[in-house]
Design a protein around this ligand. Structure first.
Ligand code: ADP
Length: 265
């Protein structure tokens, strides 16, 4: 714990006293430390793609530009890294908005079936490209109170991770399941994969900003390290919870539990 000690001389009835004030500043210190760590993390995260862009641009300048294939390869990396940087900045601004309470949620009755179908449409091309089969089991007529776009963002972040961290696994089936169902008074969005899994000691830290099991792998897959932090924020905001089950080397299931509004069959 941190304290600040102040001493104020006071005079009472002709006698001099000293008033000693002890102020506990542990909270301020902690906030300051968190803020400093965040600034340092962000700087590092932004510097990594920049270094790579700079390096490849420099190499290109020194290179024989008639070698079309190599030129194209380097330009590809530059394009990918700058796209990742843009994503990183957008995600950062979004995290800041969610955290400060500035993010406005347009709350309506949202049918999760629609959310699920929309996400499947978006993820299709990437899943095909990476050779991962996405299957779904989506119940009709399940409604929650939420913001459609935010629910899409939450679901897409989970499915996107599931596809990417399944694609990088060398052996075994490459399958992802998206399930949406209602149970008791809750709606569930469940994403199961047959991917690399998350080691037990990493599981409790996985929702922290910039926490990754394997930085190089995350970067290679275009990750920003902010996806799960955003998932957690959105779930919290909708009075939901995120559960996680994972076995290192064989797969992961993320389950988001949100209060059910109604079921229309
Ligand atoms: P990233 O952009 O790195 O994917 P996320 O916040 O989405 O950031 O995820 C944080 C980390 O959690 C990832 O880097 C990865 O190590 C791990 N992770 C997330 N989803 C999965 C998954 N389905 N399978 C295995 N690891 C995962």
């Amino acid at each position: 714990e941190y304290f600040v000690c102040e001493m104020i001389p006071v005079s009472h009835a002709g006698v001099n006293h000293a008033l000693v004030i002890l102020r506990n500043i542990t909270n301020e210190k902690q906030l300051e430390a968190i803020r400093r760590e965040f600034v340092s993390d962000v700087s590092h995260e932004l510097r990594t793609p920049l270094t790579s862009i700079h390096g490849y641009a420099e190499t290109l300048l020194d290179h024989d530009l008639s070698d079309k294939e190599t030129v194209r390869h380097f330009l590809n990396i530059i394009e990918k890294e700058s796209a990742r940087m843009t994503r990183l900045i957008n995600d950062l601004l979004d995290v800041e908005k969610l955290e400060s309470g500035d993010a406005k949620f347009a709350i309506t009755d949202v049918e999760l079936t629609e959310v699920g179908r929309y996400v499947l449409k978006i993820i299709g091309p990437l899943a095909d490209e990476l050779g991962v089969k996405v299957m779904d089991d989506i119940e009709e007529g399940i409604f929650v109170e939420g913001d459609f776009d935010r629910l899409v963002q939450l679901t897409l972040n989970l499915v996107d991770n599931a596809v990417k961290y399944t694609a990088v696994k060398e052996h075994g089936p490459k399958e992802v399941w998206l399930r949406i169902y209602a149970l008791a008074n809750f709606a569930f969005i469940e994403v199961e994969d047959t991917g690399v899994g998350i080691p037990e000691e990493a599981q409790k830290r996985i929702f922290e900003r910039f926490f990754r099991v394997d930085k190089a792998r995350s970067r290679k897959m275009g990750g920003t390290g902010l996806g799960l932090a955003i998932v957690k924020f959105i779930a919290d905001k909708l009075n939901g919870k995120v559960e996680l089950e994972s076995e290192y080397g064989s797969g992961t299931t993320f389950r988001v539990k949100i209060p059910l509004k109604k079921v229309i069959k």
